[in-house]
Design a protein around this ligand. Structure first.
Ligand SMILES: [Zn+2]
Length: 227
């Protein structure tokens, strides 16, 4: 293949991406979205975008944000539906960071089915101990926020034109991390299990380049991908 923009997928398939913090979900998600030309649905970005709109949904979102309230599941689904209806013909979606809980997972499945969309859940799977080790030892650039794994030993950011200082993130203390991982286990894991046979597991333990290749290997046939 010569031109990556000519990547072809011949069937409709949305992906719902799961992974414990530290699993490399962000990196893998970005690679998957690029390879299969997926439109990433990410709630934070979508909320900010909608709040700028004069549409009915945009105003609703703006009011919720300004009131400081949490966005309820019904509005979340309205936002997802709005996103899907705004897609160009034939586009596929990568859901990142949603659903987080069982109830949300049920609603999302129902919604996608009602819109006649096919979907597959994808889990980047790591052990909790791996997540803890990665999260407590990684550093982040104080300037551009790039995250560096423990294996990277230099004191400064490697990006050209940056050269910021690498620091341990303030929220990366062990008890805060454990709390987040426990929430994932009690709330998100049951949501993942709802997808049953419709779930693809990718081993997230190896180095990230390998995880990415494993993901491609499993997803190529599902995405109807041909080079
Ligand atoms: Zn940097």
């Amino acid at each position: 293949m010569n031109n990556p923009s000519e990547n072809q997928t011949d069937s409709q398939m949305d992906l719902i991406l799961f992974g414990m913090q530290g699993a490399g979900k962000g990196t893998v998600g970005k690679a998957i979205a690029e390879k299969y030309n997926l439109q990433t649905f990410e709630m934070g970005g979508e909320l900010r975008r909608l709040a700028q709109e004069s549409s009915e949904l945009g105003q609703k979102v703006k009011e919720i944000i300004e009131s400081g309230k949490l966005v309820g599941d019904d509005v979340v689904m309205e936002i997802v539906e709005n996103f899907i209806r705004g897609l160009v013909e034939g586009a596929n979606v990568l859901f990142d960071g949603i659903p987080r809980k069982v109830e949300q997972a049920k609603l999302l499945k129902d919604l996608l089915e009602s819109l006649n969309r096919q979907f597959t859940a994808v889990l980047v799977d790591i052990k909790k101990e791996t997540a803890l080790t990665r999260l407590t030892t990684r550093r982040v650039c104080d300037t551009c926020k790039e995250v560096y794994p423990e294996a990277y030993k230099e004191p400064n950011c490697a990006k050209e034109d940056c050269g910021g200082t690498l620091i341990v993130r303030a929220d990366d203390n062990t008890s805060a991390i454990e709390t987040r991982l426990n929430t994932y286990e009690t709330e998100t894991v049951p949501a993942i299990e709802l997808f049953g046979k419709n779930l693809v597991k990718i081993d997230g333990e190896p180095p990230i380049e390998e995880v990415r290749d494993l993901a491609f290997e499993k997803l190529d046939p599902i995405m109807g991908y041909t080079e």
